[in-house]
Write a protein that binds this ligand. Structure first.
Ligand code: SAM
Length: 197
């Protein structure tokens, strides 16, 4: 079985929109620390539905497309077609990708999405705790039973408390593995929370 790490590392990194272009393992340790294990059970699922808030170059979209057997991806980004997010435009007409220029906190938009529909929702958008709280409030009902809701890059352990209103949370403080690196880069945002419905 191909692993996420194989896809991530076995291809030339640095090319825009390449799976290695996502920062999920270079700046963070999310693939080895969480996704590899958590996504195994979804890999061969038919008609898997993922929604990710935050597209950037399209690196993670490319990674999911290569890893899952039968996946459809909704990518939501407030800055679609602007700056670095322009790189993701090549997925604009991809039959398995739907790109949407909206904020991950836009309730009016989120209300148009079906309840109990997505297998996986990932919040990798603004990384502001206020936005993460709103997206969780509005989007949690969109995840189907057995699915996952994941928030990346929570700014601090203190901030995770604001997300505890939604029951069933699990916290992963991957900073522990990266103390030296974080000190150097002065970032402490290697914290994930997730909910398995
Ligand atoms: C860290 S990048 C996403 C990286 C991508 N998920 C990956 O792993 O390759 C964050 C993205 O979130 C977008 N963003 C920032 N604020 C947002 C918001 N309120 N709603 C939706 N997207 C937002 C930015 O334009 C940027 O493209």
């Amino acid at each position: 079985m191909t692993t996420l790490k194989e896809i991530y590392f076995e291809q030339p990194v640095g090319k825009s929109g390449h799976p290695g272009n996502t920062d999920k393992e270079t700046h963070h340790s999310y693939i080895s620390g969480f996704y590899e294990e958590a996504f195994k059970e979804y890999k061969n699922k038919d008609d898997l539905q993922i929604l990710e808030i935050g597209i950037a170059h399209g690196g993670s979209i490319n990674l999911w497309l290569q890893y899952f057997d039968d996946v459809y991806i909704t990518g939501v980004d407030l800055f679609l077609n602007e700056g670095i997010v322009k790189d993701a435009n090549r997925f604009m007409y991809h039959e398995r990708v739907n790109l949407v220029k909206k904020s991950g906190t836009d309730k009016e938009y989120i209300d148009t999405l079906k309840d109990d529909f997505y297998d996986i929702i990932i919040d990798d958008g603004s990384h502001k705790i206020g936005d993460q709280v709103l997206s969780l409030k509005y989007m949690y009902s969109k995840v189907k039973k057995g699915g996952l809701y994941i928030i990346e890059d929570i700014e601090s352990i203190e901030a995770t408390k604001q997300l505890e209103f939604q029951e069933g949370w699990v916290k992963l403080d991957l900073n522990k593995d990266r103390v030296e690196q974080n000190k150097k880069r002065n970032r402490y945002d290697n914290i994930i929370m997730y909910w398995k419905k």
